[in-house]
Design a protein around this ligand. Structure first.
Ligand code: CS2
Length: 504
């Protein structure tokens, strides 16, 4: 029996669930799909259906369907965790995007996510969707580590246990790469054209990188197949940008109260959104340009701008802010020493390495970033951004360091950020509390931390030995290793806040 929309649980969360049957009863201020979801066909399979995709790519496609209906419904796939499926299936795939800033919160219920699958539970169902003739694009947000590659070189890690598994068990893949290749092989065998593979992760040349990885994996299944993948599968590069912190319990309660029905997993984000995509979609694509997506011939200038100015600053804030005891990005930015450091990092170190995209204004971009980082309505945890540092450091901090060193320029703030990562992965904070270090190389990092026992020289030296992160060049360059080790010693001796104030 359904409960009336007005009834609430003791916690104040309405007990009736969001779903197709209650869409028309939502308060007038809540935007919702005006198109008929029942007529929507699956045109996109998305691997890695998480908060980011739901607040970004799905929001664009939903906005497009609103004005221009087409066969672009999305099947959302989680590779392992059933959480998103379990939360959204009872809601017919509907969920709310809450856009928040100091002025308030705007809600829209998104309608283009038609079904949710968990690859780990039923790989065949995922492959079946990917092989439907109506599917023309497979989008990915599987995070940096989901590409099973060597972050320093961008090549497939052929020794990765999940890649070995997928080569040995092609019909039951574990990785996004294994799913893409098996689905492409099946499409080829039945004479269907390949889908376009659109990576939406923060990797340098994400399209070229996934193309290289797919080609290599396909070659390992057969030279002829490798050549077919190289020739026929389009992998446009793309830049995605929207800050989407993990949803909290308070977000769930607040959004559900505003809806008058329970949304078990809304996503909370900022007003800013950007998506720049190379226009290479041989199988066709949604008319995303009508809803603000920038379709361009070359994304590279946008990419370095975003990875270095936004993500590079984010990682700097994450490690130093966490060590200084700040829980969120906006808390960290409220400390004037940190705000100065971040601005100077952009003005004096990362910014000067960039060739800006045509028409872009670097000063405006940096001002906007500072305002975005300060957004007090988003509780973006430093700990969340600190995750997976081994996968993020190369493109965010180490490549700008390479460029600066090649030009004979200073790297003081970049070096401090790298040292802060080292101090962070040492595994205990400045009050002696353990840090929950999440990283695909966490076991190795913990081993290094234990064997170097808080000795900064030995810790730095052991971490420089991770060639997948630092490459062969930087560990041999005393202009890099010397200042990083010195900054690490100062972080251990004086604490992050004091070192930031002295370096800013
Ligand atoms: C963040 C990004 O978690 C992180 O590493 O730097 O997720 C960042 O919020 C997005 O790239 C913004 O577009």
């Amino acid at each position: 029996m359904q409960t009336p929309a007005s009834s609430s649980s003791p916690s104040g969360t309405p007990s009736r669930r969001l779903g197709d049957s209650v869409l028309s009863t939502l308060p007038a201020a809540v935007a919702r799909p005006g198109y008929d979801r029942r007529d929507l066909e699956i045109g996109i399979v998305h691997l890695g259906v998480g908060a980011f995709q739901r607040a970004h790519q799905a929001a664009y496609t939903d906005a497009l369907l609103e004005t221009q209906f087409g066969a672009w419904g999305i099947a959302g796939v989680s590779l392992r965790s059933p959480d998103t499926r379990d939360a959204l299936e009872p809601q017919d795939g509907l969920y709310t995007v809450a856009v928040r800033d100091a002025e308030g919160e705007r809600l829209r219920v998104i309608g283009c996510l038609l079904e949710l699958l968990v690859a780990h539970e039923d790989p065949e169902a995922v492959l079946e969707r990917m092989c439907r003739p109506s599917v023309r694009i497979v989008t990915l947000t599987v995070t940096e580590k989901g590409y099973c590659h060597d972050p320093a070189t961008g090549a497939l890690n052929e020794d990765h246990p999940d890649i070995r598994h997928d080569l040995d068990n092609p019909a039951k893949p574990r990785t996004a790469i294994g799913f893409l290749i098996e689905a492409l092989a099946r499409r080829r065998a039945t004479g269907l054209p390949p889908f376009t593979v659109l990576s939406c992760d923060n990797l340098p040349s994400n399209g070229d990188t996934v193309a290289r990885i797919l080609r290599r994996f396909a070659e390992l299944r057969g030279a002829d197949f490798g050549a077919w993948v190289a020739e026929t599968v389009a992998c446009p590069n793309s830049i995605v940008d929207r800050i989407v912190p993990a949803t909290t319990e308070a977000d769930r309660t607040r959004v559900s109260q505003s809806l008058g029905v329970q949304d078990a997993w809304p996503v909370v984000t900022e007003p800013f959104t950007q998506w720049v995509v190379e226009d290479r979609f041989p199988a066709g694509r949604p008319a995303w340009e009508t809803v603000g997506v920038e379709l361009v011939a070359d994304v590279h200038p946008y990419e370095t701008m975003k990875l270095r100015l936004l993500n590079g600053s984010h990682s700097t804030i994450a490690y130093l802010g966490y060590l200084a005891g700040y829980e969120t990005v906006s808390d960290t930015m409220a400390d004037p020493a940190f705000a100065t450091l971040v601005r100077n990092l952009m003005d004096r170190e990362t910014g000067p390495t960039l060739h800006m995209p045509p028409g872009a204004d670097m000063e405006q971009y940096k001002d906007a970033l500072i305002a975005r980082f300060r957004n007090p309505a988003l509780r973006h945890r430093t700990w969340q951004i600190a995750m997976d540092g081994t996968q993020k450091l190369p493109q965010r901090l180490l490549n700008p360091i390479r460029d600066r060193l090649a030009a004979g320029e200073t790297i003081d703030r970049l070096v401090l950020a790298v040292a802060a990562w080292m101090r962070y992965v040492a595994g205990t904070d400045e009050t002696g509390k353990p840090i929950d270090v999440r990283d695909p190389m966490a076991a190795k990092l913990a081993e290094i931390a234990a064997s170097t026992a808080g000795n900064p020289d030995r810790l730095a030296e052991a971490l420089f030995g991770l060639t997948a992160v630092f490459g062969e060049d930087l560990p041999r360059d005393p202009r890099f290793t010397g200042p990083v080790t010195a900054a690490l010693k100062r972080l251990f001796a004086d604490g992050a806040r004091a070192v930031v104030a002295a370096t800013a």
